[in-house]
Design a protein around this ligand. Structure first.
Ligand code: ADP
Ligand code: F6P
Length: 472
């Protein structure tokens, strides 16, 4: 088997299978922040990506994408239910997002989580050449660093958590908290989105495992595990170039026309997830319509909400509630040919997303909790003419980097309404410098800068970085 000096391990591969309208099976880029972040980065880097291809049963064998080899890990129907839908997305996901929905604890799910993590660790051990750098991603695979170190002590192992890492009061609920912490400590470097998360982790390690821990270093026997904040980003230049393309500009103009040439277009783009604050946002919008502060003819809201984790009950309940509320608002405030909300659940290609970003005068990104939120960054990158206002939740990781956004607390309905109105009514003289500052920040701190800072910390400035194109 061909082995690589850089192995990325993530629950999902950057592509998954879908069924085309004619019934044929086709591959498409998987939605979600992790793939959006890593896909542009690895396109030109010789590496192996170990991950799941999205279905159940035997693992399909996938062709290389550019210089990246795909190594698929199979999930059975039971693994899918108990590992992916269960422990990953019904225990850890809600717990790590402030328990905005109740996390569930089941012993069978924990067994599946261990089993699947073991399978990922074994596949990675086979794919990595002697002394390789292995970069494990996200909450689905927190045991992999420890399991991999046992199998392959020669490897340099990094772990990065894309989602928030919760405060000790919440994490302490986990029945198997010590094992999860120990699993992560198999890494040489543990990266978080925010410094607060690294602090939470250090506190927990000291409390639960009684190891010497600061917010930068943890002593594990004769090893030192480093921890720190590495806020993930996007391919800023690629999004800016896409948004400036003549066909995308023309598409944005067409979209505006099709929306009825309103004075204001508000856009939201989310995975259909209870962490994204979609219901709170709809409520705020509905109250603004009811009070007459926003009028349907002048303003439209485009809500894109691509379905996610569709068999998990909490996601089904959310989708039903969102769709009922959209129907109610359109029924109450819309007119023939003029809905108050344009609601779309389809996945779009990057050019269509860029056109949507270009048409949006206000982008409303108001999650209740989010590790980073790349949609907010994509919107800023697409505003190449320095127009547009970003309404951003203070509970999104990106808020720490984009203080020029209109920051809101999405739990505070009045604050949310006020924030939306301020963004809608912003003076152009105020909009331009805010947007310019955010765009400049993202050009300096793009996905390559993120990878460079993480990999140089992991690999002591090593050789992998030569494959990364410069920031810009
Ligand atoms: P999360 O990782 O929780 O899904 P992020 O905002 O960090 O949230 O990332 C979402 C990613 O998925 C972004 O890159 C965004 O462009 C992409 N995305 C969201 N909705 C769609 C959609 N309808 N079609 C295509 N891509 C989408
Ligand atoms: O980081 C959040 C995350 O779980 C990513 O791992 C993934 O890109 C995204 O959300 C989409 O989730 P899923 O893989 O469950 O569809």
């Amino acid at each position: 088997m061909r082995q690589s000096s850089l192995v990325v391990v993530a629950n999902r591969l950057p592509i998954d299978d879908s069924v085309a309208p004619d019934g044929a099976c086709e591959w498409r880029r998987s939605p979600g922040g992790l793939v959006s972040a890593l896909h542009p980065l690895l396109r030109h880097t010789p590496a192996t990506w170990v991950g799941w291809a999205g279905g159940t049963g035997p693992a399909p064998s996938l062709p290389d994408i550019g210089s990246v080899r795909m190594r698929t890990v199979p999930l059975s129907g039971e693994d899918f239910r108990d590992h992916y839908e269960g422990f990953a997305n019904s225990t850890l996901w809600p717990l790590y997002h402030d328990a905005v929905e109740q996390p569930e604890y089941h012993r069978r799910w924990w067994e599946a989580y261990q089993r699947v993590n073991q399978r990922f660790a074994e596949a990675t051990a086979e794919a990595a050449e002697q002394g390789a750098v292995v970069w494990v991603q996200d909450y689905h695979l927190q045991l992999v660093p420890g399991l991999l170190r046992e199998l392959r002590p020669d490897l340099r192992i990094g772990f990065f958590l894309h989602v928030p890492f919760p405060p000790p009061e919440l994490f302490m609920q986990l029945p198997r908290r010590a094992e999860l912490l120990r699993g992560m400590l198999g890494a040489d470097l543990i990266g978080f989105q925010r410094a607060q998360a690294a602090h939470n982790f250090a506190q927990l390690v000291a409390k639960v495992l009684e190891l010497p821990a600061t917010d930068r270093r943890i002593g594990v026997g004769d090893r030192v595990v480093r921890i720190g904040a590495f806020p993930v980003s996007i391919d800023t230049a690629e999004m800016a170039a896409l948004a400036a393309r003549p066909d995308v500009v023309a598409r944005a103009q067409r979209l505006r026309h099709d929306l009825g040439d309103p004075d204001h277009v508000i856009l939201s783009v989310d995975r259909m997830d209870y962490t994204k604050g979609i219901e709170q946002r709809l409520k705020a919008y509905s109250e603004l319509l009811a009070s007459g502060h926003v009028k349907v003819r002048d303003t439209v809201l485009v809500q894109v909400a691509v379905p996610s984790r569709e068999r998990v009950t909490q996601y089904q309940i959310l989708r039903d509630r969102v769709e009922r509320e959209v129907g109610r608002i359109n029924g109450e405030f819309g007119r023939v040919g003029e809905p108050a909300i344009h609601y779309l659940t389809q996945p779009f290609d990057r050019a269509e997303l860029a056109a949507l970003y270009r048409v949006a005068d206000v982008m409303a990104v108001t999650p209740l909790r989010d590790g980073m939120n790349l949609v907010a960054k994509e919107y800023v990158a697409a505003r190449v003419d320095d127009t547009g206002s970003l309404l951003l939740s203070e509970f999104a990781g990106s808020a720490a980097e984009l203080p020029q956004a209109h920051l809101v607390n999405p739990h505070d309905l009045e604050g949310l309404k006020q924030g939306l109105l301020s963004a809608l009514e912003a003076d152009p003289a105020d909009v331009t410098p805010r947007m310019r500052a955010m765009r400049e920040h993202l050009h300096r701190n793009d996905i390559r800068a993120w990878a460079r800072s993480y990999l140089s910390a992991l690999d002591d400035g090593g050789s992998l970085l030569t494959h990364l194109a410069p920031t810009g």
